[in-house]
Design a protein around this ligand. Structure first.
Ligand code: NAD
Ligand code: ZN
Ligand code: ZN
Length: 382
């Protein structure tokens, strides 16, 4: 079939919205009509190159080129057609995208750590999960999919493992947000930082991920939540989602947290800036008190190997640093569970959407993200 998608043809280019050819789903795959897609910062890393394997490494591994690629991994839509062997979904089902596949069979899935599903190893290998061939084509070339999803498209074909069935009465923009930003941010606070009632939590970077770390920390019972962001609008929004204090920089937060905790510093620090650099990890650890935990959620440039941290304090203050993917959650449990909390009025989702865009306005949406104008921008398909 013919459909339309936002394609990135190379580094530092704009997304190009154009007609693509989409093959029918093969065994284990489904055709999804997208209804909403969130503009997460992770897609931006494909534009800047922060998440692109360097050419020499790609060559050494014999990888075909990363570009052209259809962006988008935060999304929701309706199943239109299922390929042979698909038993858990049928046409008409509403689904959330899952940027980590959930195969249900590997060691990680069966031990409740689906965020580490072995199928995720194929993320940087072009083509579909099943056979590494492409269903998407444009201008006569095969087109890859970000996180095996490609939600910046009117339709996409994905593996059954990459979509999670959700209740049909839920608004699909809200479902889309849960599929990455909410699950990641909320889970960073609740699952990975394991925020406890009465704790002091600092969240650095208030975008679609950080705002949900604030929301998760509030729901877990934190007493003090300090939101750190240079942009005033972000600091104000954080207070709507439960932040008790705000600071414009890590340095400003150090003085504030020092005062608030009588020098003990924070029990939990969650790092969610747009891009993680070494000095942000160093700053995050300086906000972390004795026995505290610093959770690294933001994505660093793929070749970044250096961070300056005080190694003496790391040991003597018994601190820990933890990485996190998909909020350390299980998509097949966490996505429906978060949506059930939204239904119960406990989790704010509609309020996360600052602006909506058409697919054709995607570059405007990303410019607004770069300019710090959105908590989350969302593409809504007609
Ligand atoms: N680990 C995962 O599973 C996972 C999943 C999704 C997204 N991410 C990553 O999380 C990060 C955040 O994504 P997002 O969509 O919320 O981004 P965003 O661009 O919407 O928000 C980032 C915010 O960080 C602020 N910021 C930038 N530098 C800062 C600094 N030094 N101190 C304080 N604030 C700073 C910006 O002003 C902005 O408000 C990205 O790196 C993204 O790729 C990780
Ligand atoms: Zn994302
Ligand atoms: Zn698995």
């Amino acid at each position: 079939m013919k459909t339309r998608a936002a394609v990135l043809w190379g580094l530092r280019q704009d997304w190009k919205v154009e007609e693509i050819d989409l093959d029918p789903p093969k065994a284990g795959e489904v055709l999804v009509e997208l209804k909403a897609a969130g503009l997460c910062h992770s897609d931006e890393h494909m534009v800047t190159g922060d998440m692109t394997p360097p050419e020499e490494i790609a060559k050494a591994m014999g990888l075909p080129p990363t570009y052209p690629i259809i962006g988008g991994h935060e999304g929701a839509g309706v199943v239109v057609e299922v390929g042979p062997g698909v038993t858990t979904l049928q046409p008409g089902d509403h689904v959330a995208a899952s940027f980590v596949p959930a195969c249900g069979r590997c060691r990680w899935c069966v031990t409740g750590r689906t965020n580490l599903c072995d199928m995720g190893a194929l993320t940087f290998i072009p083509g579909q999960i099943s056979d590494q061939t492409n269903r998407h084509h444009c201008r006569g070339e095969d087109v890859n999919l970000l996180a095996k999803l490609g939600t910046f498209a009117e339709h996409t074909v994905v593996n059954e493992a990459s979509v999670i069935k959700v209740d049909q009465d839920l608004p699909l923009p809200a479902v889309a947000l849960v599929s990455c930003g909410v699950a990641t941010g909320w889970g960073s606070a609740v699952h990975r930082a394991e925020v406890q009632p009465g704790e002091t939590v600092v969240v650095v970077g208030i975008g679609g991920i950080g705002i949900n770390a604030v929301q998760g920390a509030r729901m877990a019972g934190a007493k003090v939540i300090v939101a750190v962001d240079p942009i005033e609008f972000k600091r104000e929004q954080a207070q709507v989602f439960g932040a008790t204090h705000a600071a414009a920089s890590i340095a400003e937060a150090q003085a504030l947290v020092n005062d608030l905790t009588w020098g003990q510093m924070a029990e939990k620090v969650i790092l969610t800036p747009g891009v993680l650099y070494g000095e942000i990890l160093g700053g995050g650890l300086s906000l972390t008190g004795k026995g505290g935990t610093c959770v690294v959620t933001a994505i660093a440039p793929i070749t970044q190997t250096e961070a300056s941290i005080n190694l003496f304090e790391l040991a003597m203050w018994n601190k820990e640093v933890k990485g996190v993917i998909f909020g350390s959650g299980n998509p097949r449990f966490d996505i429906p569970n978060l949506l059930s909390m939204y239904r119960a009025g406990q989790l704010k989702l509609d309020e996360l959407i600052t602006r909506t865009y058409t697919l054709d306005q995607i570059n405007e949406g990303y410019q607004d993200m770069r300019d710090g104008r959105n908590i989350r921008g969302v593409i809504v398909f007609d």
